[in-house]
Design a protein around this ligand. Sequence first.
Ligand code: F7E
Length: 340
Amino acid sequence: MGKRALITGIAGQDGTYLAEHLLEQGYEVVGLMRGQQNPKAPLVRALLPDVQLVQGDLLDQGSLIAALESVQPDEVYNLGAVSFVPLSWQQPALTTETTGLGPLRMLEAIRIVCGIGEGSRSPRPGVSFYQASTSEMFGLVNGSPQNEQTPFHPRSPYGVAKAYAHYITQNYRESYGLFAVSGILFNHESPRRGIEFVTRKVTMNVARIALGMEQKLRLGNLDAQRDWGFAGDYVKAMHMMLQADAPKDYVIGTGVTHSVRDLVRVAFERVGLDWEKYVEVDPQFFRPAEVDTLRADPARAQEVLGWRAETTFEELIGSMVDADLARLSGSCSREYLEIA
Ligand code: F7E
């Protein structure tokens, strides 16, 4: 019998790549979706016809208990969150409820339904839990590169909420012996990335400029530095973490850092244009508190899991520009369905 996985955030970039990866491994995959007639449901059904969907919302404890009771998963991947950092200043309480307390509600649902600790209803030991932690927890970095021992100093309501979720996951592991792990993922991108994030904003606008549909690209802080990798590589690490002998947290990244300026240069080079003629700095895209620089030290993931990033920054950005050119010229394949 293959394993069964429940994924929250199934309609996001990582949810779709993880679902595809798990299906390839012979898993039965169920995605948690919120709301009646969720507008993303038809897209998920088109891209992932073999994934079942179950109703549930990270804001609603009862719905998570009901979902776990009906799905009875072997593995739960919690990828659902308010994930756009600037939005977390506009809606800090919603971000905290979803991104911070959502994982707590899922852990409580696991404790109650799946038989860990006291008060469980239908013992089913062996369920494992993955929490999507983030390099945003490092924030104002205390040393570089960042590994599993680097202290946290989050710089946004999003980072603070993720730090709470990270610690509560660790606490359920220590309190109840749950196989619960957090993957501290650095920025990871793909042609399915949402248009609000800087990589996709850049690649989509580079494609529009190359096709004569746009004149300018307005961005915020060009000096910000990130460790950008390919989401398709990173979801493999999520799965590996739940197959390891012992539950541990892992930093996942490439170990290579680039600035937003590098990103823009590489993207414009792909279409043979000089970025300096098209990019303008617009203060509206600056943040109240910035994370200036991030760089992963993924040594533990390499040593214990045998995981390493396979896609270079240039390959990643090149593939995103190509995908956006294909989308805009109407030759978009199933791979490039607008999912995020
Ligand atoms: O910004 C700078 C911006 O929005 C990257 C999420 O997945 O990764 C992501 O968070 C950098 C920042 O991602 C624009 O100031 C300049 O320094 O693509 P981003 P993020 O905030 O790093 C982490 C790991 C997560 O966990 C998050 O969920 O780019 N930047 N100009 C800009 N950023 C945006 N969005 N738009 C601009 O115009």
